[in-house]
Design a binder for this molecule. Sequence first.
Ligand SMILES: NC(=O)c1ccc[n+]([C@@H]2O[C@H](COP(=O)([O-])OP(=O)(O)OC[C@H]3O[C@@H](n4cnc5c(N)ncnc54)[C@H](O)[C@@H]3O)[C@@H](O)[C@H]2O)c1
Length: 380
Amino acid sequence: MSVRVTVNGDAPYDVVIGRHLLGELPGMLGTGVRRVLVMHPASLSATGEAVREDLVAQGYEAFVVELPDAEEQKTAQVAAFCWQVLGQADFTRSDAIVSVGGGATTDLAGFVAATWLRGLRVVHMPTTLLAMVDAAVGGKTGINTAEGKNLVGAFHPPAGVLCDLAALESLDRWDLVAGMAEVVKTGFIADERILELVEAHADDLRGWKGPDATDETWAVLAELVERSVRVKARVVGEDLTEQGLREILNYGHTLGHAIELTERYQWRHGAAVAVGMVFAAELARLGGKLDDAVVDRHREILTSLGLPTSYRGDRWDKLLGAMRRDKKTRGDLLRFVVLDDVARPTRLEGPDPTLLAAAYAEVSKEPPTGNAEVKVQLGL
Ligand SMILES: NC(=O)c1ccc[n+]([C@@H]2O[C@H](COP(=O)([O-])OP(=O)(O)OC[C@H]3O[C@@H](n4cnc5c(N)ncnc54)[C@H](O)[C@@H]3O)[C@@H](O)[C@H]2O)c1
């Protein structure tokens, strides 16, 4: 059975969550599409080819582009290669792109779709947990430059998103756990039931067994994806371009981005966001907003999933500098999303430097979680 979540906005679209969803693709592509370019990383060539063949069987002229893996594909060079393919195959504005892959692929394919002829339809078929609950929904697209991640991009909502849970069978434990950080984030900012589900099933999620996972674990994962997508759909449906409400999705991301940068992107995004959420919780606690119990809950849930909750004490100056330079900072003012309680997010602007340092001291009290240690924790 599949679930359909509608994302409102100027051009509403559906996110379908379930299994065997290829039959939904033509409906999402809409009328008038003749040519479709399927974009996937090399690791998903069998799935990408199956999608292409299905499209051909349905009467489309379908092409594939095999992309480099992970962040390697989010470059201007790869985008230019895709534009070349679209040009040589005479793609018009009424044709379409289908992405099959993780968040790196949905970001790149979305960007190529946004820019070719000023906007082609794109349908995302996310294959990682992170891409299902975050990257594929909401219309943010982008590529990296030598100066930093996601510096070039566009808002380009998809025509639809197909989350085929079966794709998660082949996902390794580390990728599932990294995606769980965004799921937990969604729980803290908007849906306590997510936290309860994770608390009850953390062992099974941390020890993700893919095809050997129990029916119960699959059911839990399906509910977590659905609940997370519902929250993201509601938030981006109200605020596509990050003028207000959408900012709550950045919970844990201000310090998280700074850690990623300091670690030269060797840490997974989810691991950095996990530490960032504990920092934000400590900021709120020390500022007198949040109860100790909710802060403890952050550490307990994240640790039960095998995610890190602390970082090196000797890195504060570097992290502070990186936060000040973050593209999401407005002017000189540091901004954080913090909680008054579970599901009650609010904004903290320009906090006192001593409060920031005190919150960081709480995050760096435990033995520092170095990169190698994080990998060990996550079973690599
Ligand atoms: N646009 C947004 O709103 C948004 C939000 C969050 C993250 N992102 C972007 O998403 C990217 C991270 O996404 P990600 O974690 O999915 O990374 P990813 O796309 O790099 O995928 C991680 C790895 O998993 C592999 N993979 C993908 N699907 C698989 C499957 N089903 N089975 C086995 N292996 C599979 C990929 O080939 C890759 O090696 C970053 O570039 C980030 O900037 C974008």
